[in-house]
Write a protein that binds this ligand. Structure first.
Ligand SMILES: [Mn+2]
Length: 397
């Protein structure tokens, strides 16, 4: 079982290791089940994962999600041995499963001692898929097949930003595993092509419903009285607002989750990879809407250079954002200040369930992330477009 973010690394590490164990285990009656640690309903949000699995002919119907297997019940019946990949600390809600953990493979430093019977492989490599590849390579020959190799290859390339040393994720062991997979399967597609396809898939939201799009990359700010959502939308605002029933969907989304309003930050790219940004402020509460609009319009740190756009509905204000480098990270403090600063009780709160789609499993929590600029999707897009525009890369944020 991978971690609760269930990013590509967690998914592929669980699938590949379970497959390897099933092929090589001497225990004839054991079933090895890769568990994807999210509800099935959230799977569609992991667009890079759905893309890579689809390419390898693995249908979603053959996967097992966390809400489809009763791990607690299996454990109480004495039937569960749990191997954790891509994480090594179970969340509080899973504390009862702790004693079932027999093995850990992770690429974060161990911050919890495991029982002596638990086999621990913790190495600070760029991708947990690297550790799984090494494990398979050490096993009997003939177990690694092409689909599994393609999954591992793509995952390591995505996690390690195409093995680019400048991105600060890759280690020599990741490089060695990618080479090993390519030697075994010389017909694997070229690294650049794999990386680009996965990056594109990550931002391809065209197949998502409006509700899925709004929660794919969501942050929630709170004041004492209300919650304000900020969603990053990876398409241009006009196209987004032309979706059928979009106003109804915005209403339903906010109502179901108790948000008083929602700020949609859209980012899209021209064919020459020039970014353009638009903003939409939605709220049925006129006071909140105008407070938020005023704060955004008058912001100076940074100035967003907003130009109002005609809006189809009075509960929705829309703008083009002239300052295309002002990402959500920059806009968030402006909005939090407009709400009256972080509430002492709840603070700057981020949506916990479901976690935002991770772009790279090293984005958070890993010490490596403290020494290199952490990458969020917007950062990646910004870097790519700066390179395309021939501008120097921005200083680490
Ligand atoms: Mn990972």
């Amino acid at each position: 079982m991978g971690n609760e973010a269930c990013d590509l690394d967690s998914t592929v590490s669980a699938l590949a290791l379970a497959y390897f164990l099933a092929k090589t285990s001497p225990a004839p009656r054991a079933a090895f089940i890769p568990v994807l640690n999210i509800p099935r309903a959230d799977f569609a949000l992991r667009t890079e994962t759905t893309f890579l699995l689809r390419e390898q002919g693995i249908p979603a119907t053959s996967l097992i999600f966390r809400d489809e297997i009763d791990l607690g019940g299996l454990h109480r019946a004495g039937l569960l041995s749990l191997t954790l990949v891509d994480h090594h600390v179970l969340p509080g809600a899973d504390a009862a499963l702790e004693e079932a953990v027999v093995e850990v493979l992770d690429h974060r430093p161990l911050d919890q001692d495991r029982a002596p019977h638990c086999q621990v492989t913790v190495e600070l490599v760029g991708s947990c898929a690297t550790l799984v590849t090494e494990r398979i390579a050490q096993g009997p020959p003939g177990v690694l097949d092409r689909p599994t190799a393609a999954l591992l290859h793509g995952t390591i390339l995505l996690d390690c930003v195409n093995l680019s040393p400048a991105a600060g994720k890759v280690t020599p062991r990741d490089v060695a595993c990618v080479s090993l997979l390519e030697e075994r399967f010389p017909d694997l597609p070229a690294r650049d092509a794999v990386f680009e396809a996965l990056q594109t898939a990550m931002f391809d939201v065209s197949g998502l419903t409006t509700e899925q799009m709004l929660r794919k990359d969501l942050k929630v700010l709170s004041s004492d009285e209300l919650l304000l959502a900020i969603s990053a939308i990876y398409m241009d605002l006009e196209t987004f607002l032309r979706r059928p029933d979009v106003l109804q969907d915005l209403d339903a989304f906010c109502q179901a989750r108790g948000y008083a309003g929602l700020v949609a930050m859209s980012i899209s790219f021209s064919e020459r990879l020039e970014p353009s940004r638009q903003l939409a402020v939605y709220s049925r509460h006129e006071t909140l809407r105008s407070t938020v609009c005023q704060a955004l319009e008058e912001a100076t740190a940074p100035a967003l250079q907003l130009q109002p756009l005609p809006s189809p509905w009075s509960c929705l204000a829309t703008y083009t954002q002239g300052n295309t480098w002002a990402s959500r990270k920059k806009v968030q403090p402006i909005l939090q200040a407009a709400l009256g600063g972080p509430s002492p009780a709840r603070g700057l709160e981020e949506e916990v369930v479901p976690p935002p789609t991770p772009m790279n499993s090293l984005v958070d929590e890993c010490p490596l992330a403290q020494t290199v600029p952490p990458l969020c999707p917007q950062d990646v897009l910004e870097r790519v477009s700066r390179i395309a525009a021939g501008q120097p890369p921005s200083s680490p944020k």
